[in-house]
Design a protein around this ligand. Structure first.
Ligand code: NAD
Length: 419
C-alpha cells in the first residue's frame, strides 16, 4: 500500500485511496475518507452523520466494506492546532483521497481580495458542479400543499457567472479605468458611481456542467434534464449556456437523450422508452413551474446565480431549508457538505438537526456506488420523521412530536435502518 506523507498530519495506516479509471470513481472496499468537522454545530452533526453512515455500511455489507475516516483540519480547529485556517496538508489530503465530508464553517473576516475557505477548496479541487437533490420526507412540515411532488436534483455551475469574484467598487481606480476603456473602445457609457462586475459563462464551463447533469440523469434513470437560463435577456452568456447544453446532448448523448421538441415532432408526443428528455426554461418562469408543476421537472442544470436561488427556493418548498444536502463535484474529487451554516449559538449543545450532513453522506455513498447503504439511511430517516422523533427545529412545527437531541436522533435513525 502506498503511504502518503503530509507535513503535519498522519494518514490512517489502514484503508485505500479511491482511484479513477477513465474519469470514473473506482472505490476500494475500505476507502479512506477525509472529514472536516467544521465550526459551531459542526462537531455535533459530524458525530451523528458518521455514526449513521458507518452503521449503514456495516448493515448493508456485513463488514466487507468500511469507511476509514481521516480527520483533517480547516477553519477554527486548524487555526488552533496548526496555526493557519486552511493548511496546505488539508488541500493535499483532499486532492490525494479525492473525497471529503465537510461540516459548516463560520465565515471569517479576511483582508481585501480574501476568498472564503469553501471557495478556496472548490477552486483548488476544481469542483465545478454544485449538486443539490431536493425531495420531500413525509411528516416534515412544508409550506406548500403537495410537497411530495418535488423530487428534483439541481446541478449548479460552481466556478463562473457573476460569482467568479470579478468586481470593482464604485469610485475605485479599477472601476474608473474600466469605465474609461468601455467608453473609448466600445462606446459604452457607464455611470460614474456604478460598481462594475463581470459575468463569465464559457463553453467549457457550461458544457462540462451539462455533461455531468446528463450523465447523472442517464445513469440513474431520471426522466428529464431542464436547462434553466435567462437567455432572452443575456444572450451571449445565459443564452449561450443553453446552446452549449443542447450541443453536448447532441454530440455526446445522441442515443440516450431526446429534446422536448423532438418528442412532439418526431415521437408523436410520447417519450421513447428509456430516453431522457432535454428541455429548457427561462429562469423566471422556472420559479413558477417548480411551484405549479413540480412533477414535470427532474434534473435541472443551470448557471451559478440561478442555481443558488433555485436550490434554496426548492429546499424551502419541501420544508427542508435546514436539512437539504449538497455536494461539490469535479472530475477528480468531490466534497459533500451540509448546506446550512455553523449556527454558532447552538454549538456543542447536541441540539440541532444533523439531516443535511447525513443526506450529504448519502450522496457520498451513492458517488461511491454504495447505493444499498445509501438506501438504508434514507429508510431510517423516513421512518424517524414519520415517528415524529425529531430535533427542536422540526418539533416546534409538528403536532405530537417528541423533541430529541442530535445524538438521539442519529441513534434512532440507526435503529430504524434495522440496526
Ligand atoms: P446558519 O445556517 O448557521 O444558521 C441560521 C439559523 O438556522 C440558526 O440560528 C438555526 O436557527 C438554524 N439552523 C441552521 N442549521 C441548523 C440545523 N442543522 N438544525 C437546526 N437548525 C439549524 O446561518 P447564519 O447564522 O447566517 O450563519 C452562521 C455562520 O455560518 C456564518 O459565519 C456564515 O457565514 C456561515 N455559513 C457557512 C456555510 C458553509 O460553510 N457552507 C453556509 C452558510 C453560512
Amino acid at each position: 500500500m502506498t503511504q502518503y506523507v503530509f507535513q503535519k498530519i498522519t494518514p490512517p495506516t489502514r484503508g485505500e485511496v479511491i482511484q479513477l479509471q477513465e474519469g470514473r470513481v473506482v472505490p476500494p472496499e475500505r476507502p479512506i475518507v477525509p472529514f472536516i468537522e467544521g465550526d459551531g454545530i459542526g462537531p455535533d452533526i459530524m458525530r451523528a452523520a458518521r455514526l449513521v453512515l458507518d452503521e449503514a455500511v456495516r448493515l448493508a455489507y456485513g463488514g466487507r466494506r468500511e469507511i476509514v475516516w481521516f480527520e483533517v483540519y480547516a477553519s477554527r480547529k486548524a487555526q488552533e492546532l496548526l496555526g493557519e485556517l486552511l493548511p496546505a496538508d488539508t488541500l493535499r489530503v483532499l486532492q490525494t483521497y479525492r473525497v471529503g465530508l465537510k461540516g459548516p464553517f463560520t465565515t471569517m473576516a479576511g483582508p481585501r481580495g480574501y476568498r472564503s475557505l469553501v471557495a478556496q477548496i472548490r477552486q483548488q479541487l476544481d469542483l465545478y458542479a454544485c449538486i443539490r437533490p431536493i425531495r420531500y420526507f413525509r411528516g416534515v412540515p412544508a409550506p406548500v400543499r403537495h410537497p411530495e411532488k418535488v423530487d428534483m436534483v439541481v446541478f449548479r455551475e460552481n466556478t463562473e457567472d457573476v460569482y467568479a469574484g470579478l468586481e470593482w467598487g464604485a469610485g475605485s481606480e479599477e472601476a474608473r479605468r474600466l469605465r474609461e476603456w468601455l467608453r473609448e473602445v466600445l462606446g459604452v457609457e457607464v455611470r460614474a458611481d456604478a460598481g462594475l462586475g463581470l459575468k463569465l459563462i464559457s463553453a467549457y464551463g457550461s458544457r462540462r456542467l451539462v455533461r455531468a447533469a446528463l450523465r447523472y440523469a442517464v445513469e440513474r434513470g431520471r426522466r428529464s434534464v431542464t436547462l434553466v437560463h435567462k437567455g432572452n435577456i443575456m444572450k451571449y452568456t445565459e443564452g449561450a449556456f443553453r446552446e452549449w447544453g443542447y450541443e453536448v446532448a447532441r454530440e455526446e448523448f445522441g442515443g440516450q437523450v431526446v429534446t422536448e421538441a423532438e418528442v412532439g415532432e418526431v415521437y408523436g408526443g410520447s417519450v421513447p422508452a428509456g430516453k431522457v428528455v432535454l428541455k429548457d426554461r427561462l429562469a423566471d418562469n422556472m420559479f413558477q413551474q417548480v411551484l405549479l408543476r413540480p412533477e414535470e421537472y427532474d434534473v435541472l442544470a443551470t448557471p451559478n446565480l440561478n442555481g443558488d436561488y433555485l436550490s434554496d427556493a426548492l429546499a424551502a418548498q419541501v420544508g427542508g431549508l435546514g436539512m437539504a444536502p449538497g455536494a461539490n463535484v469535479g472530475d477528480r474529487a468531490a466534497i459533500f457538505e451540509a448546506t446550512h451554516g455553523s449556527a454558532p449559538k447552538y454549538a456543542g449543545l447536541d441540539k440541532v438537526n444533523p439531516t443535511s450532513l447525513i443526506l450529504s453522506g448519502v450522496m457520498m455513498l451513492e458517488w461511491l456506488g454504495w447505493v444499498e447503504a445509501g438506501g438504508l439511511v434514507v429508510r431510517g430517516l423516513e421512518a424517524t420523521f414519520e415517528e415524529r422523533y425529531v430535533t427542536y427545529d422540526l418539533a416546534r412545527q409538528m403536532v405530537g412530536a417528541t423533541e430529541v437531541r442530535t445524538s438521539q436522533f442519529a441513534e434512532r435513525v440507526v435503529r430504524n435502518m434495522g440496526g
